[in-house]
Ligand binder design. Structure first.
Ligand SMILES: [Zn+2]
Length: 171
């Protein structure tokens, strides 16, 4: 079991590849290979719901799986946005613990992307939706994934901003 954990972990750390042509400055987004398909998936939803993601994606330097997030007997931080001195987000990091189950990584990734791309703060403490502060049951969210993602986008600050703007200019 320990061996499997270590194997997962080192794979997460090493499986990085770069996306060319995203950064004109020559500085490319470094993204963990395990998170890449989830980001692609999230971006396809952004396109579907007309969310502007280009600038945010451009400003991001790294999406990584790390072993530095806090863990205690009560649980641990599974993901977070890392800001620079100007308070701009430049990294999104995930705990190695998310690699224990790909469904956990999926929920945590969409949660952090929700903060970053959709302008979310936490919606509640623990209410079985993606933007809850704590998720005691990832399993329930995963079972209802399509509905959860639709709700995530349709109720997001970025989507509502856009909708209100359109309502405003058409009246
Ligand atoms: Zn959060």
């Amino acid at each position: 079991m320990l061996f499997i954990l270590i194997a997962h972990y080192s794979f997460g750390q090493n499986a990085q590849f770069e996306i060319p042509q995203i950064k004109s400055s020559g500085e490319e987004l470094r993204i963990d290979g395990l998170v890449q398909p989830l980001l692609d998936d999230f971006i396809s939803y952004c396109k579907k719901y007309n969310i502007d993601y280009h600038d945010n994606l451009f400003n991001l330097k790294e999406i990584a799986v790390v072993d530095t997030l806090q863990v205690s007997s009560k649980g641990g931080t599974l993901g977070m946005l890392v800001r620079n001195q100007n308070n701009d987000v430049e990294k999104i990091v995930f705990s190695w613990m998310t690699l224990l189950d790909k469904e956990i990584l999926k929920v945590v990734a969409f949660h952090e992307f929700g903060h970053y791309f959709l302008g979310y703060k936490h919606v509640c403490d623990d209410c079985n939706i993606i933007m809850a502060k704590v998720n005691t049951s990832y399993f329930d969210i995963v079972l209802d994934w399509e509905y959860q993602v639709e709700k995530l986008f349709l109720e997001s600050p970025e989507y509502l901003k856009k909708k209100n703007f359109i309502a405003h200019i058409t009246h």
